[in-house]
Ligand binder design. Sequence first.
Ligand code: NDP
Length: 311
Amino acid sequence: MTNHTKVLIIGAGPAGYTAAIYAARANLHPIQLLGPQPGGQLTITTDVENYPGFKDVIQGPWLMDQMNAQAAHVGTDMRFESVETVDFSKRPFVVTTDTPTTYTADTVIIATGAQAKWLGLDSELHFRGYGVSGCATCDGFFFKDKKVAVIGGGNSAVEEAIYLTNHCAHVTLIHRRDHLRAEKIAQDRLFKNPKISVLWDTVVEEFTGNDQPVRSLTGLKLKNLKTQEVINQPFDGAFVAIGHTPMSTPFKDQLKCDHEGYILTTPGSTATSIPGVFAAGDVQDKIFRQAVTAAGQGCMAALEAEKLLNH
Ligand code: NDP
């Protein structure tokens, strides 16, 4: 079975839903493929305090339910399907999914997002949302005057450590090697900051904490890879910043991407290397990675698709 649409939106995070809302309200009758994790990264967070429009703390999954309902209400045709292959070599573009349906589309908006990388420890999963976080901008505020750790040695880890000093009493950067991957200028800022110390050649063996009366992280079991010494150090929070993986696998062969797989877009636009294919949100943004920036890019993508269709 083949379905044709003017706008096919792939992905269902803030970028995808916002693109759907704008495209539907422009009478473009978009079809949105929700993918394997509708709602995206916000469905695995808890408190959200930085999405504009809400005075009180809201929950990430609730925010995504609202976006989904809004996109459906204005007429988006949503399908619980995941993309398997795309053919952007001819028009209309052809997209197949994990169902027998094939889609043809005049324009495609890719909003498949990214996934934070985690260390993969059971204890990390246990305390995720209870002291372990993957986003300092989102959760740093909850650790006011506390002692926290940041794990990683790239730009994200260094930026998160510096950002966290705005809220926290002390930040310890924990890195598995004896030098950082982050840009020199960011490193200089990190080393100059009196609220930050660095533990070199160190890995996290376990996230430790309490289950009662409330589940909460209280510390980290750390191992020095050079001396093999294992220590337990108290922390109120731990931020894992070891990189993200953009969800660009089905598109990588057909669109220009950087060496990490992020889809390249024209500056100031969501246009990809193929006219008519747009990319919005974390699948093309490794700098900001915020729900509100992704939503803004989703809006841009829908407006750019509409403009192209009108011409
Ligand atoms: P990176 O891949 O650059 O760095 C990941 C860091 O995590 C590395 O130091 C790596 O260690 C460490 N790491 C990876 N896996 C593990 C593990 N299993 N255990 C312990 N440590 C681990 O990711 P970032 O998110 O920092 O950055 C991604 C991209 O985004 C980069 O290109 C970066 O420059 C860019 N970026 C740019 C920003 C800006 O311009 N303002 C801000 C943030 C990111 P090791 O060094 O030993 O490999």
